[in-house]
Design a protein around this ligand. Structure first.
Ligand SMILES: NC(=O)c1ccc[n+]([C@@H]2O[C@H](COP(=O)([O-])OP(=O)(O)OC[C@H]3O[C@@H](n4cnc5c(N)ncnc54)[C@H](O)[C@@H]3O)[C@@H](O)[C@H]2O)c1
Length: 256
């Protein structure tokens, strides 16, 4: 059977760990060469670096590029690394950070850090990739939003603001880049088991875990692979007429 991403090159930010790591591996299993763009090489959850895993488990090429997505020069370097593999076809703006703060206590520095990574990182990641895609024969951009980009929650004002911005960035880019052959979509995961939900804002592995599980019709948290499969669909030609869309991957949590 033909691979879904045969002869394509993908750049995945934040792909050292968690969801981005699963996306990089899933894409390579379906025929894509991948650039892993991250602050760090080692996964947060331990294990071998993603680019080494990809090359060991698949017949595709993978490169690691040290990249802080809040730095536009670093984003340019990540996309330039894809040039060496044939040029970026799929850009996944996945890198993000998750913090919980009481709204009345949020400092300007905390706000700026979250916006710089989650919003600016997606904005200029999309721009760096789109410059190539518009000149070549189009492409696909996937932005990682969240269910927090669809509805608001107490103590997550900054995160919700950032992921809501990513959602509308996605729709605006779909409108502007669609005529140039570039599709732009957002994924909105619910609770995914990664270091983000075990360490940064501990939910999984705590006494609140069961209460959260009961709010999910599927009665389980997502694995990174659940989100990677959604990204694979959006990246592939199966989603050729899906543009400016939000794909919610939350086990039914948001709509019930
Ligand atoms: N885990 C969840 O429940 C969940 C739910 C909804 C949305 N998301 C979103 O999914 C994305 C991935 O989250 P995850 O759960 O895999 O988190 P994670 O912490 O496991 O992995 C995030 C990766 O991004 C990298 N990163 C952080 N800041 C960066 C920066 N400035 N530049 C480059 N890389 C950077 C980290 O080094 C890490 O490798 C994020 O955008 C997150 O907001 C996660």
């Amino acid at each position: 059977m033909a691979e879904l991403l045969e002869d394509t090159v993908a750049v995945v930010t934040g792909a050292a760990s968690g969801i981005g790591r699963a996306i990089a591996l899933t894409f390579a299993e379906e025929g894509a060469d991948v650039v892993v763009a991250d602050l760090r090489e080692e996964p947060r959850e331990d294990g071998e670096p993603t680019h080494e895993l990809v090359e060991r488990e698949t017949d595709r090429e993978a490169r690691f590029v040290e990249c802080d997505v809040s730095n536009t020069d670093d984003l340019e370097s990540a996309v330039a690394a894809a040039d060496e593999l044939g040029g970026v076809d799929v850009m996944v703006n996945n890198a993000g950070i998750f913090r919980s703060h009481e709204f009345l206590d949020v400092t300007e520095a905390q706000y700026d850090q979250l916006m710089d990574v989650n919003v600016k990182g997606s904005f200029f990641g999309a721009q760096a990739a789109a410059k190539r895609m518009v000149e070549d024969d189009g492409g696909v951009i996937i932005n990682m939003s969240s269910v927090a980009g669809l509805s608001g929650s107490a103590t997550f004002a900054t995160y919700c603001a950032s992921k809501g911005a990513v959602r509308l960035l996605t729709y605006a880019l779909a409108d502007e880049l669609g005529p140039e052959g570039v599709r732009v979509n957002a994924i909105h995961p619910g609770l995914v088991e990664t270091a983000m939900t075990t360490d940064d804002v501990p939910i999984l592995g705590t006494e609140t875990e069961e209460g959260y599980r009961q709010t999910i019709p599927s009665r389980r948290f997502a694995d990174p692979e659940d989100v990677a499969d959604a990204a694979l669909y959006l990246a592939s030609d199966m989603a050729d007429y899906v543009n400016g869309e939000s794909l919610v991957v939350d086990g039914g949590m948001t709509n019930t």
